[in-house]
Design a protein around this ligand. Structure first.
Ligand SMILES: CC(C)(COP(=O)(O)OP(=O)(O)OC[C@H]1O[C@@H](n2cnc3c(N)ncnc32)[C@H](O)[C@@H]1OP(=O)(O)O)[C@@H](O)C(=O)NCCC(=O)NCCS
Length: 169
């Protein structure tokens, strides 16, 4: 199912057939540098299944990012519930195939997801959970108007919480 579009991209629900192309991205050690390990095929399969479950239960999740020009799947971006300091927050997450890094795709997709979260779903606050060493991810958060709120211990290590409130466009 189609979710939203930007100048160069469209975002849609994951489908079963996406697993092999997504796995090329999530099994790459450089891409998954700030995760415990690159994904096994089973983990990628669960990633897709969990997001399909989120679409049904929450109405959103991480969506496949595709290039408008040829429909190639180049990563994902979207909204996911996370528990931070005991409170449910909604995070914007993003992963891009490394051959397409630094072309502004994550920023373009994340900006659209921010608008979608605030003005389509009606969320009051969005966050991003970022490893302090992950400069490209911090840059994306900053470029879409998020600011560093605090540092928390989550997913077994320290992370920055970047955030933005709906009234701050
Ligand atoms: C984070 C990620 C999604 C960014 O995707 P992207 O499409 O390359 O992002 P953009 O092109 O929109 O912006 C990247 C920014 O980081 C900057 N950047 C990239 N590598 C950098 C580096 N080594 N040092 C400093 N800045 C860097 C780019 O210059 C750009 O900033 P600028 O526009 O101010 O110049 C991508 O790096 C990725 O998939 N990383 C692995 C997965 C990941 O860590 N996801 C985030 C989990 S919180």
């Amino acid at each position: 199912m189609f979710v939203l579009e930007t100048d160069r991209l469209f975002l849609r629900h994951y489908k079963e057939e996406d697993i092999p192309s997504l796995h090329c991205i999530l099994s790459d050690s450089e891409t998954m540098k700030y995760y415990p390990s690159p994904f096994s095929y089973e983990k990628t399969n669960n990633w897709v299944k969990n997001n399909q479950k989120r679409y049904k239960e929450d109405g959103y999740g991480l969506w496949a990012i595709c290039l408008k020009e040829n429909e190639e799947l180049i990563g994902d971006c979207g909204l996911i519930k996370q528990v931070v300091d005991g409170k449910i927050e909604v995070e914007i997450g993003y992963h891009i195939n490394k051959i397409y890094w630094s072309k502004g795709y994550a920023t373009e997709a994340a900006k659209a997801c921010k608008e979608y979260g605030f003005y389509k779903i009606g969320l009051d606050k969005l966050i991003s959970i970022i490893d302090p060493r992950n400069i490209p991810s911090s840059r994306v958060a900053e470029k879409i108007g998020f600011t560093k709120e605090k540092q928390v211990f989550i997913f077994n290590k320290n992370h920055y919480i970047y955030s933005c409130l709906r009234n701050r466009k």
